[in-house]
Design a protein around this ligand. Structure first.
Ligand SMILES: [Zn+2]
Ligand SMILES: [Zn+2]
Length: 254
């Protein structure tokens, strides 16, 4: 069979997506993409899979469809720590997300909040973002870091060159490389090319993710695939849980 890109990150009605799991699979087939369903599994996302029993029901449903079985877990929420190994092994791959970064004070700054703690500076926030990625990479048994450059709403309009200094890029890339976690090229949050080039040069695996929630978005990985190819990444080196394996199979959680 000819190579097809894998969309490692897409949402269904099991969390906040608009498509059923059957519709995700149908849409990917139309686009010539191998589909995943990787819904939110967290107690801190509205419309999310939010309990161990709900995770089991989700995996039971995915077992009835020919689809890769993913999940998007919030690092700052404890649910991923509570899943028994018997459930973890049923995923084909897992995604870690920084939907909130932790400041040195312990305060969380959420990615989709419009309010910042008083006195917070951009530099302090960005340093906390990188600190949090280092903790995520060291603690979380995931295969992919979702949308690595997602920052809190009030800072999204800032010039990426201000946010992503060479020192921060290097720390992020080193943390992912050491942990064996793939860097997601997201269709929704395009990373600076310099950061992706640094990840590729360091030997970090690259993953494609539509992060799709709607018919127009799901399985559309045209932009990320073009970016990966422009940086010299071979198609068959792009993360594919079947080809490259997953930490889910090594889970020794009780
Ligand atoms: Zn996300
Ligand atoms: Zn997502």
């Amino acid at each position: 069979m000819n190579w097809q890109p894998v969309d490692c990150h897409a949402h269904s009605t099991f969390s906040d997506g608009a498509l059923t799991i059957d519709q995700v699979v149908e849409r990917a087939a139309v686009l010539g993409v191998r589909p995943s369903v990787s819904d939110h599994i967290s107690r801190d996302v509205s419309r999310s899979i939010a309990s161990v029993d709900a995770v089991r029901a989700y995996l039971d449903a995915l077992d009835t469809v020919d689809v890769l079985r993913g999940g998007e877990f919030c690092w700052h929420d404890a649910l991923w720590r509570e899943l028994p190994a018997t459930l973890v092994r049923r995923f084909t791959h897992r995604i870690g997300s920084l939907h909130a970064v932790r400041l040195p004070s312990g305060t969380l700054v959420h990615a989709f909040s419009r309010h910042l703690p008083s006195g917070l500076t951009v530099d302090a926030y960005m340093d906390a973002h990188i600190d949090s990625i280092e903790h995520l990479a060291a603690e979380m048994p995931v295969d992919i870091l979702a949308h690595p450059t997602l920052v809190t709403l009030p800072y999204r309009a800032i010039d990426p060159e201000v946010l992503w200094t060479e020192a921060r890029e290097t720390r992020m890339v080193d943390a992912l490389y050491t942990a064996g976690i793939a860097f997601e090229l997201s269709s929704r949050y395009t990373p600076p090319q310099s950061l992706v080039a640094r990840a590729v040069a360091r030997g970090v695996r690259i993953s494609l993710g539509s992060d799709g929630h709607t018919l127009a978005q799901v399985a559309n990985v045209v932009g990320p695939l073009a970016l990966a190819r422009s940086l010299g990444v071979a198609d068959d080196a792009l993360y594919d849980p079947v080809r490259h394996g997953s930490k889910t199979q090594q889970s020794d959680a009780p």
